[in-house]
Write a protein that binds this ligand. Structure first.
Ligand code: HEC
Length: 132
């Protein structure tokens, strides 16, 4: 019976840690502001349309969230992108947009990345709203 209080304390610590992780991850994925995101998207616009089927220098980004990387019909991807195995969601988009060439080495997307986390969250929110 000596161990009993320790076990309870251990369980409580575990629950506290789990709760903290859930809260922390929610904070990290705070929704961006689509209105601000529209401005950020100006950086993407020359290469990416949000209209389905309309490819430019880059593939169209209509419905990009939930899409497998490298799967827009009629767009010639780099093999790096086609074989990346990524599925675009908030998390993978956030990583890719921060440092495209680190997340998909040899991608032909000639874009240095969005340094500010809020810019990435905002532009993702905008793509969700304008292109789904
Ligand atoms: C200079 C042109 C250019 C700019 C600017 C650019 N991209 Fe791209 N993007 C590309 C090209 C080209 C590809 C295809 C990459 C490949 O095949 O390796 C691509 C691929 C992507 C993909 C993967 C699409 C898929 O179907 O798998 C996403 C997502 C993406 N870009 C988002 C963005 C966002 C968001 C911005 C602005 C913050 C941006 N890009 C800016 C040219 C560009």
């Amino acid at each position: 019976m000596k161990d009993h209080p320790n076990t309870i304390a251990g369980i409580l610590t575990g629950i506290a840690a789990a709760t903290f992780l859930v809260l922390a991850s929610q904070a990290a994925w705070a929704e961006g502001d689509p209105t601000k995101g529209e401005k950020v998207y100006k950086k993407c616009k020359t290469c990416h349309s949000l209209e389905a089927g309309k490819n430019k220098v880059g593939p169209h980004l209509n419905g990009v969230i939930g899409r497998e990387a490298g799967t827009v019909e009629g767009f010639k991807y780099s093999s790096a992108m086609a074989d990346s195995g990524l599925v675009w969601d908030e998390e993978t988009l956030d990583l890719f947009l921060a440092k495209p060439k680190e997340v998909v080495p040899k991608t032909k997307m000639a874009f240095p990345g969005l340094k500010k986390e809020t810019d990435r969250q905002d532009v993702i929110a905008y793509m969700k709203e304008a292109g789904q």
